[in-house]
Design a protein around this ligand. Structure first.
Ligand code: GLN
Length: 510
């Protein structure tokens, strides 16, 4: 079996730059074969040609991106070295502050806000020599699993434009899947990087909590939020992860340790002797048969590659969704209190006579969508005196039990695996009016956020029923992110070897 952790994404023969992996583009730039300006222009052309249908972007920074690409080309010509991602275009979920650039969080309440500062993630992309293409669509303040809760209209799944691209980071995943950008940055509070990756046939990673700085990331639920990479290959995700991660004194929750050796792990891509645990509670009832079939095949591939696979029980995972939907609304009701029309963003009803309270009420009523309001109300209730211990306190105790389940499991195995999502991409409109049906998409991704450890989703094939991508989730202990890349890299290489190409190449392009 030939092991290639940089699968050929096809199209290189046609010179179609947008189809190349970031690793290949980076190598071509350093070899002087292509320029960042050419790649950036190709991505912008692709966005212009497809985004009226996909709607992955809320803001395309065409001029700034081309200017930046030319500056990078110039610096490289002068001998400056940035690292392997120099000159590579990246799309940014519109929840990161970027100086002078619209930062909406998918909400009317921030529709015209241009931050006066940069998120650390933006700084790190700049240090790596990346070119930011623009800001991608999301469910309002990153709450949702379909991108339909964006105030600016939904994103569509490039595999089937009648389907959702997942959420909340559907824009980032769709941009990568539609070959508009080789890389994107997302955030994952309960699955918003991994679930969109799963349903768009892309790779997404939630790093260990604290592994990537949250400075300048508009907070949803501060004890859960984590920024991470979206890509088409495991190696590309590792390269972006390495560029984004590491300690940041501006974020008090940032880990002091360096990023684990994720790029080396993606390249090594060897699972011989690794102990892999199938989570009993994350399969079976409620999972689409075609998802389970691809999952079982992928597990068989890992066994063939020399991994030792066993089944592991995590008995408290069944309460994860309930605990999450108390903890997240509680934290979000507090975090979103700052959007009150007083300091920045939308202001409604300020006729010179209205009280501050009235302006705040009118602003919030007009500025937030239904899902944001639902969670603010739920969270305010769960935190109110008399109910605090019954709801929020109880959810926190469940959270401890889930973390203990992981700790017990990781005494027996090196990584845990499951399908990333119970189903493939659903139809637009199918679940938008049924919050519980929407929340159930996150049943397999949420435990990791509650425990603060790390996980990856990568594509493992198409479901027989609908021909749509299926995602495979790998979960590892906190600060063992490199294990995700070792297992993901090995599985990807074996599947690419079997199919003769990377799955994303089968995506019918819009
Ligand atoms: N879909 C989940 C939610 O609605 C996850 C959100 C996220 O990860 N940002 O809360």
């Amino acid at each position: 079996m030939t092991k290639t952790s940089t699968p050929d994404l096809g199209g290189s023969a046609e010179g179609h730059l947008t189809r190349l992996s970031a690793a290949d583009l980076g190598a071509a730039i350093s070899a002087g074969e292509i320029t960042s300006e050419e790649i950036t222009a190709a991505c912008l052309d692709r966005i212009a040609a497809t985004d009226d249908r996909v709607h992955a972007f809320l803001h395309v920074a065409s001029e700034a991106a081309l200017k930046r690409a030319r500056a990078i080309d110039q610096s490289l010509a002068e001998g400056r070295s940035f690292g392997p991602l120099a000159g590579i275009p990246v799309a940014l979920k519109d929840v990161f502050a970027q100086r002078g650039v619209p930062t909406t969080c998918g909400s009317r309440i921030l529709a015209d806000w241009r931050p006066p500062y940069d998120a650390t993630v933006v700084r790190r992309l700049e240090d790596a020599g990346c070119v930011i293409l623009g800001k991608t669509n999301l469910d309002e303040f990153a709450m949702g699993s379909s991108t339909e809760h964006s105030a600016f209209g939904p994103t569509r799944n490039p595999w089937d434009l009648t389907r959702v691209p997942g959420g909340s980071g559907g824009g980032s995943a769709a941009a990568v899947a539609a070959f508009q950008a080789p890389l994107a940055v997302g955030t994952d509070t309960g699955g918003s990087i991994r679930q969109p990756a799963a349903v768009t046939g892309t790779v997404g990673v939630k790093p260990t909590y604290g592994g990537v700085s949250r400075f300048g990331l508009v907070a949803l639920a501060s004890s859960l939020d984590q920024a991470g990479p979206c890509a088409r290959t495991v190696l590309d995700a590792a390269m972006l992860h390495a560029a984004l991660g590491g300690h940041d004194p501006l974020d008090s929750t940032s880990l002091p340790e360096p990023v684990p050796p994720v790029v080396e792990a993606a390249r090594r891509a060897d699972v011989r002797g690794m102990r892999i645990g199938l989570v009993r509670e994350l399969q079976g009832d409620g999972y689409q048969p075609g998802v389970l079939r691809r999952f079982e095949e992928a597990v068989a591939v890992l066994t063939d590659l020399g991994a030792r696979v066993t089944e592991v029980s995590c008995p408290h995972f069944e309460y994860a969704l309930a605990a999450y939907y108390l903890i997240l609304p509680s934290e979000c009701s507090s975090n979103l209190a700052r959007f009150d029309g007083m300091r920045f963003g939308l202001r409604v009803g300020d006729d010179g006579e209205a009280t501050a309270e009235r302006v705040m009420a009118l602003t919030r009523a007009a500025g937030f969508g239904a899902e944001a309001k639902r969670r603010i109300m739920l969270g305010t209730y769960a935190l109110s005196s008399g109910y605090y211990d019954q709801y929020y306190g109880q959810a926190q105790r469940v959270r401890t039990l889930i973390a203990q389940d992981f700790a017990d499991a990781f005494e027996q195995v090196d990584v845990l695996v499951s399908p990333t999502t119970p189903t493939t991409a659903f139809e637009l409109g199918e679940k938008v009016d049924d919050p519980v049906a929407m929340y159930l998409n996150d049943v397999a991704t949420i435990p990791v956020n509650l425990a603060g450890n790390c996980a990856m989703s990568l594509p493992i094939g198409l479901a027989d029923e609908d021909g749509l991508p299926v995602g495979f989730q790998i979960m590892a202990p906190a600060q063992a992110d490199d294990r995700l890349y070792r297992v993901g890299g090995a599985l990807e290489a074996a599947l690419v070897d079997r199919w003769g190409h990377h799955l994303i190449e089968e995506a019918p392009q819009p």
